[in-house]
Design a protein around this ligand. Structure first.
Ligand SMILES: CC(C)(COP(=O)(O)OP(=O)(O)OC[C@H]1O[C@@H](n2cnc3c(N)ncnc32)[C@H](O)[C@@H]1OP(=O)(O)O)[C@@H](O)C(=O)NCCC(=O)NCCS
Length: 342
C-alpha cells in the first residue's frame, strides 16, 4: 500500500462517497459535509484545512481517506475535526497520519486556537481512535423522547377574578403563554440559557441575530414557543390586579418535523415526536429551574410525545427527564454522542 497525502480538491466528495458507502454513525453523516476545499478564512468562509489520502496503485491515486480541521464562529475556543478512512484501509495508520497532519495545520489557524474537538459515538472505531490520541469526552448528549402523559400536569392556583370568586377556568393563563419566536424577551432568555449550559465549551458572545438564526428563525424550523412565567405581582399589593407579566421561568421552542435531520437514524425519525428545545431562566435557583422545566415539559408532552436533546450539562432538564428514563416513561432515541477534545 503506497499512501500519498494531498490537498482536498473539488469532486473528492463524490469519489469518497462511492468508496466509503453510507456513514456508519449519525455524527459521520453530519461531518462528511465539512470535508470541503480548504479556506484561508479571509473571504468570509471559516478557516479550513482538508487533506485527502490516496492509495496509489500503478501510478494512479485513488482517494481512500480524508480529514478536516476548521474554525467555527460559534464555540470558537476549539477547532472541529473529522477524519474518515475507507473500511478496507483501516488500522494501517492512515487515520493517525491524517490527525498528525491536521494538528500541524491547526498550529497555523489564524485565531491562534489549536485545541481540537470531535463528535463520536461510544463503542465505535471513531471513539476508540479518539481515545488512543488523548481526545477525552467533554460532553455527552442524548436524544430523548418523552412519552405522552409521562409527567403530572402542574396545578396552577385559581385566579381571583376581582369579584372575590376564584375562577378555575383561567387558572394558569397568566403564567403559561404563547410567545412569538421573534420575541426579544424569548431571544434573550434562549441566548443566556444556551451560554449557561455551555460552560464546558463557550459559545463566545452571542448576538440577538445569532440566537435568532440558531434557534428561532424560520430556517431553523421553529414554529412556536410557549413560556412559563412567574406569577405576576402587583406593585400595589395583592388586592390590585397586576399590570405587568411575570418574568419568564422556562421556555420551549418547537420545531417542524421537516427540520429534523434527514441523516438521523430510523429510531430517531420514526419517533414522530415533536422536536423541542426546553430551557429556563439561568438565574433561577437549581430546584426552581428543575420545577419550571418539569412543569413546562408536562404541558408539552401531555398528549403527544416530544423529543429533546439532553446534554449532561443541562442540570435542570436532567432532573426532570432522567427519572422518566429510569421508569420507562421516556426513552433514548438513537445512540449517545460524545464530544471529545484535547
Ligand atoms: C476512526 C478512524 C478514522 C480510524 O482510522 P484508522 O486509519 O483505522 O486509524 P489508525 O490505523 O491510524 O489507528 C490508530 C489507533 O487508533 C486506535 N483505533 C483505531 N481504530 C480502532 C478500533 N476499531 N478499535 C480499537 N482501537 C482503534 C488504535 O489504538 C490504533 O492503533 P493500532 O492500530 O496500532 O492499535 C476510522 O475508524 C473511521 O473512519 N471511522 C469512521 C469515522 C469516524 O468515526 N471518525 C472519527 C471522528 S474524528
Amino acid at each position: 500500500m503506497a499512501i500519498e497525502y494531498r490537498e482536498w480538491r473539488e469532486g473528492d466528495d463524490l469519489t469518497l462517497l462511492e468508496i466509503w458507502g453510507g456513514p456508519e454513525t449519525y455524527q459521520a453523516g453530519q461531518f462528511r459535509a465539512a470535508l470541503a476545499v480548504s479556506s484561508a478564512g479571509t473571504d468570509g468562509a471559516p478557516w479550513r484545512r482538508t487533506i485527502v489520502a490516496e492509495d496509489v496503485i500503478d501510478g494512479i491515486g485513488i482517494p481512500v481517506a480524508a480529514g478536516v480541521v476548521y474554525e467555527a464562529s460559534l464555540h470558537p475556543e476549539r477547532l472541529w475535526t473529522y477524519i474518515e478512512v475507507a473500511r478496507d484501509h483501516r488500522r494501517a495508520g492512515i487515520g493517525a497520519t491524517l490527525l498528525t497532519m491536521l494538528r500541524r495545520e491547526a498550529g497555523q489557524a489564524p485565531s491562534g486556537v489549536a485545541k481540537l474537538r470531535a463528535k463520536v459515538q461510544p463503542g465505535t472505531p471513531g471513539a476508540a481512535f479518539a481515545g488512543a490520541f488523548g481526545l477525552a469526552p467533554i460532553q455527552r448528549s442524548r436524544l430523548v423522547v418523552v412519552e405522552p402523559g409521562a409527567l403530572k400536569l402542574p396545578v396552577f392556583p385559581a385566579k381571583d377574578d376581582g369579584g372575590g370568586l376564584a375562577n378555575d377556568e383561567n387558572a394558569g393563563s397568566d403564567v403559561v403563554m404563547d410567545l412569538a419566536t421573534g420575541s426579544i424577551e424569548l431571544t434573550d432568555v434562549v441566548g443566556r440559557y444556551y451560554t449557561s449550559i455551555h460552560g464546558w465549551d463557550s459559545p463566545g458572545v452571542l448576538s440577538v441575530g445569532q440566537v435568532q438564526k440558531l434557534f428561532l428563525d424560520d430556517l431553523t424550523g421553529a414554529h412556536g414557543a410557549i413560556v412559563l412565567r412567574a406569577e405576576p405581582e402587583s406593585a400595589f399589593g395583592s388586592g390590585v390586579a397586576p399590570s405587568k407579566k411575570g418574568r419568564i421561568r422556562a421556555f420551549a421552542v418547537s420545531y417542524a418535523e421537516a427540520a429534523q435531520d434527514p441523516a438521523a437514524d430510523a429510531s430517531v425519525r420514526g419517533a414522530k415526536a415533536t422536536d423541542v428545545f426546553v430551557g429556563h431562566e439561568p438565574g433561577l435557583e437549581a430546584n426552581d429551574a428543575a420545577a419550571a422545566v418539569r412543569d413546562l415539559l408536562s404541558l408539552l408532552a401531555y398528549q403527544h410525545p416530544v423529543m429533546l436533546e439532553l446534554d449532561d450539562s443541562m442540570t435542570a432538564l436532567r432532573a426532570a427527564v432522567e427519572p422518566l428514563l429510569e421508569s420507562g416513561k421516556a426513552r433514548q432515541a438513537g445512540a449517545e454522542t460524545l464530544i471529545v477534545s484535547d
